[in-house]
Design a protein around this ligand. Structure first.
Ligand code: AMP
Length: 215
């Protein structure tokens, strides 16, 4: 299966993507994670992306599309993938279509995680992520780790993403509304959109998503 996950920052895309990818036996491809890995490794690509990410803006398409394409061309993605955070604007969505068409492939579904804006801000402000694995996500009040600052799953150090600060979150939401939301109509027109409420327990949302994808 080839699936795209969309939804505002804080909708739980990363968390759900990890479970869904495991259930469906396909790789989870997160462009945000790829950028963060490049930044921590000090690569040229990381240097190009950093200022945009710190400000909560989109990294330019020239950088992003090539990086996403390289990742999708890896052997583990030959049988399908779950895209998390890509595409994030209509021109990326069009580039993805062209890329897939060239290989005689197409998307199977676009899963839209719906969550209210107030909830998103609360989720992001308290979000803490493991340095070892960004799918190990905690929240200071909603899902606190057993020991403060330590990942329950692997013992890694928990940290707050630099772009999870309130000012940056506001810009990321604005960017989501103006640049990313239009891809929802783009995919609706292709008959690919599946929208589910992303509220409640993580496992309930995963079940809802799996049920919706089976249909
Ligand atoms: P995420 O981890 O998906 O929330 O992404 C974190 C940041 O990485 C975003 O706020 C953007 O600055 C950048 N980013 C991730 N994916 C993309 C994309 N498809 N296009 C442009 N920028 C992206």
């Amino acid at each position: 299966m080839r699936i795209v996950l969309v939804g505002p920052p804080g909708a739980g895309k990363g968390t759900q993507a990890a479970f869904l990818a495991k259930n469906l036996s396909i790789p989870h491809i997160s462009t945000g994670d790829l950028f963060r890995a490049n930044i921590s490794q000090g690569t040229e690509l990381g240097k190009q992306a950093k200022a945009f990410m710190d400000a909560g803006d989109l990294v330019p398409d020239e950088v992003t599309i090539g990086m996403a394409k390289d990742r999708m061309e890896q052997p583990d993605a030959a049988g399908g993938f779950l895209l998390d955070g890509f595409p994030r604007n209509v021109s990326q969505a069009e580039a993805l279509d062209v890329m897939l068409q060239a290989e005689g492939m197409k998307l199977d579904a676009v899963l839209d995680l719906e969550v209210e804006e107030d909830e998103v801000v609360k989720r992001i402000a308290g979000r803490r992520i493991c340095r070892n694995d960004s799918s190990h996500v905690f929240h200071v009040t909603y899902a606190p780790p057993k020991a403060e600052g330590v990942c329950d799953t692997c013992g890694g150090e928990l940290y707050q993403r630099g772009d999870d600060s309130e000012a940056t979150v506001r810009n990321r939401l604005e960017v989501y509304h103006t640049q990313t939301e239009p891809i929802i109509d783009y995919y609706k027109a292709q008959g690919l959109l599946v929208t589910i409420p992303a509220l409640g327990e993580v496992s309930d949302v995963t079940k809802r998503a799996m049920d919706a994808l089976k249909k």
